[in-house]
Design a protein around this ligand. Structure first.
Ligand code: ATP
Ligand code: MG
Length: 289
């Protein structure tokens, strides 16, 4: 089974992750994140994706979660640069529809899992069910749950369901990497104000995002519980500092590259039968004018 690439931002598997100690700022650790480094990362990812598609054995699932304005969209764009669009699919999960609410909470994301050979990206995910719903438990009332809801256990039960599903997927060939883009409250304020001030960014501003910001501490507590409950060697979380976007994007790209390099992707070997067919095809093509 796939093993989590090491990184200073890897969330430990023993439940000791402390959100208040997670850095939101770029570290001066000598890592480059511009120019040549960036171009090389794009090239590596592009080659790895080709072999992933040709091998058709593993699927790759990248989950992105963050507070508003942390840069999910731009990170997804930056990671996908250079990747064949037909080998990749991006899904953004918003408030569930009535059809989605008619199913269990893992249904809508399960339907959109990537198939073998492809990279699937979740912009928000099943984790919203233990993040926004935990912060606003009133949402549970609309979820048509069969039993009396016990707020003291429901979120731990959901984390168990998510963890078990991820273990199952990993055993069956899905490489799962989860990124929490960790933006500071001060940087979020700066970005919201820029959205208000810059006419080209006005369209991104949502008053509802400012309302969610009031619940910052509750969100941080929910993230801490979610990451501690589900960061495991086969489905690790990375808490990536998000105040410096190029730095964040470079760290995300290098973790994906490390993961894909570690699983021994290779082009499929032609079988003995394939070789016979190749020889016949070659002979026919050469005889042809
Ligand atoms: P952007 O603002 O960049 O378009 P976004 O991901 O913030 O991207 P929005 O449409 O603004 O998209 O927000 C989606 C909203 O849907 C978020 O507030 C999120 O918490 C909410 N959401 C997602 N999944 C669920 C869920 N399962 N239950 C309730 N709310 C959810
Ligand atoms: Mg939004």
């Amino acid at each position: 089974m796939f093993e989590a690439p090491d990184s200073p931002y890897l969330v430990p598997f023993d439940g000791s992750f402390d959100v208040s100690r997670a850095s939101t700022r770029a570290q001066t650790d000598g890592h480059s994140h511009k120019g040549k480094y960036r171009r090389e990362a794009i090239k590596k990812l592009s080659t790895l994706q080709q072999v992933l598609a040709a091998g058709d054995r593993h699927a790759v699932l990248l989950v992105f979660q963050a507070m508003d304005a942390a840069g999910k969209d731009s990170t997804i764009r930056s990671v996908m640069r250079g990747i064949d669009p037909s080998g990749c699919q991006v899904f953004s999960f918003k408030k569930p529809s009535s059809l989605e609410l008619d199913h269990d909470f893992l249904w809508r994301t399960t339907c959109r899992l990537p198939e073998r050979g492809r990279i699937g990206i979740f912009n928000r995910s099943q984790y919203e069910e233990v993040l926004v719903v935990r912060v606003h438990p009133k949402i549970l009332e609309y979820q048509q749950l069969p039993d009396e809801i016990d707020l003291t256990t429901v979120f731990d039960e959901r984390l168990t369901s998510i963890r078990q599903q991820e273990e199952h997927l990993a055993r069956n060939g899905t490489v799962i990497l989860k990124f929490w883009l960790n933006v500071s409250k001060a940087e979020q304020k700066k970005r919201f104000l820029a959205r208000l001030d810059d006419p080209a960014k006005n369209w991104k501003f949502e008053p509802g995002d400012v309302a969610e910001r009031r619940h910052w501490d509750d969100y941080m507590a929910a993230y801490e519980a979610a990451l501690n409950g589900t960061s495991r060697p086969w489905a690790p979380w990375y808490a990536i500092p998000a105040d410096d976007k190029p730095y964040m994007q470079a760290r995300v790209a290098e973790i994906i590259i490390d993961a894909l390099q570690s699983i021994g992707l290779r082009y499929p070997e032609p079988s003995a039968g394939d070789r016979v067919e190749f020889a016949e095809s070659r002979a026919e093509l050469c005889a042809d004018d």
